[in-house]
Design a binder for this molecule. Sequence first.
Ligand code: DGL
Length: 254
Amino acid sequence: MNQKSDYIAVFDSGVGGISVLRQLVNQMPNERFLYYGDSANAPYGTKTIAQVQELSIAVAEKLITQGIKALVVACNTATAAAVDLLRERYPQLIVVGIEPAVKLAADQFPGGTVGVMATPLTTDSEKLHALEARWQEKCNIIPLPTPGLVELVEAGKAISEESEALLRPMLAPYAGKLDAVVLGCTHYPFAAATIQSLVGADTVLLDGGEGTARETQRRLALADLCNDGEGEILIQSSAEDPEMIKRCWELLKN
Ligand code: DGL
């Protein structure tokens, strides 16, 4: 039986899901959060669906032993590959995923042009194709796969000469031409300043973090599982390097 004081587990392939944890903590400061970054296995975005499913189940098993009432898949890639499987396997848990904020962009910019940045696995996923097919009529969607950016964010180089050099050839051709850019990977909000400078100040950057936090809160309230005690944040990582946990805390404050 789940308790109100159980943890809300939040996981990602690495440090990226901290951009979602940030929103969750803002919206629900009284909750106890257990964050797990699978940095030893990042990136997920260049793996196969079967590999990401296996990794996601292994992470979920580790988290479940620590007393959790909800599992937030704070990774667009793991959501695309494994959220249905996780829901099937753990019916006792509230399982919430994140998907690229294409609907939000289409609602805000009908008739506009929207770039969607995501990892290769997400870009090729059925879930994203279905989302794009659904909203393509409302706005012009341009896929912008961004291989390499996750690795830089993991290495603490979200804002760096390297990230600028990686992103410039991908994004500079669209400068001033996009109404919005969807940050369809939870690592990307940490590179937002560089992305913004390349696409131009008039382009709005959107991500799914806030919507995911709202959905988590809604599902907890529905199940009468909102905590009324003290909030708490625990951060764990599969990486042996203690720097990764330090990086998560820095990004959380960022
Ligand atoms: N942060 C993850 C996402 O939202 C994936 C990063 C990775 O490729 O590991 O898609």
